[in-house]
Design a protein around this ligand. Structure first.
Ligand SMILES: [Zn+2]
Length: 253
């Protein structure tokens, strides 16, 4: 155990999440069913560090402890088998009570600036804050329906670790970029084709916005409805299993 790990262990011990809050929040999260003790310990350690490192800013008032812990527990779920440093590089979680509108200026290829208004439930900024609607966080936490705002926005954060969100996060050394591209491109094309034909869609069609959204939406499915994702797009499921280094199908399947 290196110095960095010792320091983290000390931080975890010194400022723990109270047992009662932790038990209350995790009992509401069906995403955690079937995790073993080692995974739960690691998940809680990541969540504890996350709460110490991030600043929650409630736009309409103080963010309740349960909401902060629920967001942190999702971070723990996603990186429990990975390096905690993947969550670094940004500090603030901005929390609205419900959905919010955002006005963004985009510069197109011709250099023209466009203003875009959007109604949102979450946003992730490269190097900047994670923005979440508390209402949607709560809806995400309690249902295994393939929709999970926190997983979605954190997936964008992971994707941004090598630049713009593009559906291609930094892969662990044992994974091949060509396998990732083939699986995701094939699934993206298939989903688009199904939508054109009016066929049933195995993923939220928001995934078709662009490859970054596809990765975020597929991550939501991976952690919530793994069987549906595996049955529809087994290559994508395998890539995410390798990337997140865990297999939700074995515990939720
Ligand atoms: Zn998104």
């Amino acid at each position: 155990m290196g110095v960095k790990h010792w320091w983290r262990r000390r931080r975890i011990t010194r400022r723990p999440i109270p047992d009662s809050v932790w038990a209350g929040v995790t009992a509401q999260m069906p995403q955690l069913a079937g995790l073993d003790t080692t995974q739960l310990d690691r998940l809680r350690a990541v969540a504890t560090l996350f709460l110490q490192d991030k600043v929650f800013h409630g736009v309409e008032g103080v963010v309740p402890a349960e909401t902060r812990v629920a967001v942190a527990a999702h971070a723990g779920l996603m990186v429990m088998a990975l390096d905690y440093d993947l969550l670094k590089g940004w500090t603030t979680v901005v929390m609205y009570d419900g959905g919010f509108s955002a006005r963004h200026e985009l510069v197109d290829e011709a250099g023209v600036v466009h203003t875009e208004d959007a109604d949102l439930s979450g946003e992730a900024w490269e190097g900047g804050p994670l923005v979440l609607s508390r209402e949607d966080v709560h809806a995400s936490v309690t249902a295994l329906d393939g929709y999970n705002l926190v997983v979605h926005e954190l997936a964008h954060k992971l994707d941004m670790l090598n630049g713009d969100a593009n559906g291609y996060p930094p892969l662990p050394p044992e994974m091949r970029a060509s396998d990732w591209s083939a699986a995701f491109t094939g699934a993206f094309d298939d989903l688009g084709e199904r939508e054109r034909l009016g066929a049933p869609l195995p993923l939220d069609p928001y995934a078709l916005e662009n490859p970054a959204e596809f990765f975020a939406v597929a991550s939501e499915a991976f952690f919530e409805v793994p069987r549906a994702l595996r049955d529809a797009y087994p290559g994508v499921y395998e890539c995410l299993r390798g990337y997140y280094r865990q297999d939700p199908l074995t515990r939720l399947g």
